[in-house]
Design a binder for this molecule. Structure first.
Ligand SMILES: Cc1cc2nc3c(=O)[nH]c(=O)nc-3n(C[C@H](O)[C@H](O)[C@H](O)COP(=O)(O)OP(=O)(O)OC[C@H]3O[C@@H](n4cnc5c(N)ncnc54)[C@H](O)[C@@H]3O)c2cc1C
Length: 433
C-alpha cells in the first residue's frame, strides 16, 4: 500500500470543517423543552424542526459536534431500498407494508434534497446516480430481477449495464456489469453537517459539546437529564445516538449493535486517470455481503473508499486500513502509485431486523435510530419525523411507526460476535454460497 508519510487518521471531510459550526462547552441550562442525545443528522434534523416550532432545544454531544457517523460516512445517498431483495422484504413484511416502506424510502431521498435546497446548505449535493457492480455473473441476473420488482412495487427507475458496456460506468473489468439508480445522490458529509448545525443554531437550538448524558430518569412529568457537566430538567428527550448507543437507555442499548466501518481517501489523481476510472462520477458499491463502497471527493479528484473495519490492528495504524487499500487496488490497479492520505472509521448502528426504528420507550423517551449503514437520508428524515411526532403533528406518521423493535437475542454476545459474522460472510462471498 502506498501510504503518504503523513497519513492522517481523521476523516477527510473534517478538512472542510468550519469553526462557526461548532457547539462548544457552554453551560448546561437548568431546564429546557427538549434534550437531545447526539449531534448527528438525526439530532440536528429533530432540533431544527422543534426549534422552528418554538421549542427550547438543547443537544448534548459526548464528543465534539458531529463526532459520530454523520461526519465520517461515505456521503452516498439512497433511499435505503437496497438493504433487502424486494422479494425478501415482501416475504418478511407482506406486500402492503413492503410497498409502504419502499415508497417512503424514496420520499426520504426527496426530503433531504428539498431540505438542502430550501435551507441553502452548500454541501455539493448532486443527483449523481449509483452504480452497483456485480461481483459474479449470477449477481447481475439477480439484480436485474430485483430492479424490475423495485420498479413495479415502488416506481423506482433504474437500468442495467452489461459487462460489455461497463467501461462507460467504471474503469475496471473485474465486475460483471451492474445496475444504475440514476436518482441516488452524493454530498460532502462534513459540509452538510456544518450547514445543518448552523441552521439549528440560527433557529435558537443549542449544541453542547464534550458533555455526555450519563443518566435519564422520569421527574414529575418531565425528565431529569444528568450529564458529566451538570443536569437539566427537560419536558421531553430524544435519543439520537445510533451506532454510538450504549447502556444509557437499556431498552435501546439491547436493540442496537454497533458495527465499525473504515474509509480511506487517496491523494489527488491525475485527471485522465480519474476520468477513466469514474467516468460518470457516480457513487459506487458492489454486490458482496461484506461490500465496498466508493466515490470521488467533490472538486478534488480523490477516491474515497470504504469497507469493513480493520480488526486486528490498533485503530489509528496503517495496518488497520491496509485491507481497504488492497480491495481498492484489486478494482483499480492503476492507483498503485497514488498515495493514501486519510484513514478513519466510524460506527454503524445495526438492528436485529435490519430496519431503522422510531418511537417512544416504555418511559416515554423518544428515539430514532438503527439505520444499518444507510443513514444520510434516513437519519435526516427520521429526525424530522420524531420531532413532528413529539409536536403531535399528523405529518409525523411513518410506515415504520408500527414495526415491532426486537432486541438482539443474547445482546452482549451479539456485540462480540460481529467480527465472526463478518468473517463468515467473507467466506460466503469468496466461496459464493
Ligand atoms: C464509516 C461509515 C460510512 C457510512 N457511509 C454511509 C453512506 O455512504 N451513506 C449513508 O446513507 N449512510 C452511511 N453511513 C451511515 C450514516 O452515516 C449514519 O446512519 C448516520 O450518520 C447516523 O446519524 P445519527 O445522527 O443517527 O448518528 P451519529 O451521527 O452517529 O451521531 C450519534 C452521536 O451521538 C453521540 N452520543 C452517543 N451517546 C451519547 C451520550 N450518552 N451523550 C451525548 N452524546 C452521545 C455520539 O458521540 C455521536 O456523535 C455510514 C456510517 C459509517 C460509520
Amino acid at each position: 500500500m502506498n501510504y503518504r508519510h503523513s497519513l492522517t487518521f481523521k476523516p477527510y471531510w473534517w478538512e472542510a470543517a468550519s469553526a462557526e459550526a461548532a457547539g462548544g462547552e457552554i453551560p448546561v441550562p437548568t431546564q429546557c423543552d427538549v434534550a437531545i442525545v447526539g449531534s448527528g443528522f438525526t439530532g440536528l434534523s429533530a432540533a431544527l424542526t422543534l426549534a422552528r416550532a418554538g421549542r427550547d432545544v438543547v443537544i448534548f454531544e459526548r464528543g465534539r459536534s458531529g463526532f459520530g457517523a454523520s461526519t465520517r460516512n461515505g456521503g452516498q445517498i439512497g433511499s435505503g431500498n437496497q438493504k433487502f431483495r424486494i422479494k425478501t422484504l415482501i416475504a418478511l413484511r407482506g406486500r402492503r407494508k413492503a410497498e409502504e416502506m419502499l415508497r417512503e424510502g424514496t420520499r426520504m431521498l426527496d426530503h433531504i434534497a428539498a431540505l438542502i435546497e430550501t435551507e441553502k446548505i452548500d454541501c455539493h449535493f448532486r443527483r449523481c446516480g449509483r452504480f452497483r457492480a456485480a461481483i459474479r455473473p449470477e449477481h447481475y441476473e439477480a439484480m436485474a430481477a430485483d430492479m424490475r420488482d423495485l420498479k413495479e412495487i415502488a416506481g423506482v427507475q433504474s437500468f442495467m449495464v452489461p459487462k460489455s458496456e461497463q467501461a462507460s460506468e467504471i474503469g475496471s473489468d473485474v465486475f460483471f456489469g451492474g445496475s444504475v439508480l440514476p436518482n441516488d445522490a452524493s454530498l460532502h458529509p462534513g459540509l452538510y453537517h456544518a450547514g445543518l448545525m448552523l441552521r439549528v443554531m440560527e433557529a435558537g437550538g443549542r449544541v453542547i459539546d464534550h458533555t455526555a448524558v450519563v443518566h435519564i430518569e422520569p421527574a414529575s412529568g418531565s425528565f431529569r437529564v444528568r450529564t458529566g457537566r451538570g443536569e437539566t430538567i427537560a419536558r421531553n428527550v430524544i435519543v439520537a445516538s445510533n451506532g454510538y448507543t450504549d447502556g444509557l437507555v437499556p431498552e435501546l442499548g439491547r436493540r442496537i449493535v454497533p458495527v465499525g466501518s473504515g474509509l480511506i481517501a487517496t491523494d489527488e489523481i491525475p485527471e485522465d486517470l480519474y476520468n477513466r476510472l469514474l467516468p460518470k462520477n457516480r457513487v459506487y458499491g458492489n454486490t458482496n455481503r461484506v461490500f465496498s463502497y466508493f466515490r470521488g471527493a467533490p472538486n478534488a479528484r480523490r477516491i474515497i473508499w470504504g469497507g469493513r473495519e480493520g480488526r486486528f490492528a490498533a485503530s489509528a495504524s496503517p495496518a488497520a486500513f491496509r485491507h481497504l487499500a488492497a480491495d481498492m487496488l484489486r478494482v483499480f490497479p492503476d492507483l498503485k502509485d497514488v498515495p493514501v492520505t486519510h484513514a478513519w472509521d466510524g460506527r454503524i448502528g445495526y438492528t436485529y431486523d435490519e430496519v431503522p426504528h422510531i418511537g417512544q420507550t416504555a418511559f416515554g423517551i423518544h428515539y430514532a435510530l438503527g439505520y444499518c449503514g444507510t443513514g444520510v437520508s434516513r437519519a435526516t428524515y427520521f429526525g424530522n419525523k420524531i420531532a413532528l411526532q413529539m409536536l403531535g403533528s399528523a405529518e409525523g406518521h411513518t410506515a415504520f411507526d408500527d414495526l415491532a423493535f426486537p432486541p438482539f437475542p443474547a445482546h452482549p454476545i451479539a456485540r462480540r460476535a460481529v467480527p465472526f459474522v463478518e468473517a463468515w460472510y467473507r467466506v460466503r462471498d469468496t466461496m459464493n454460497f
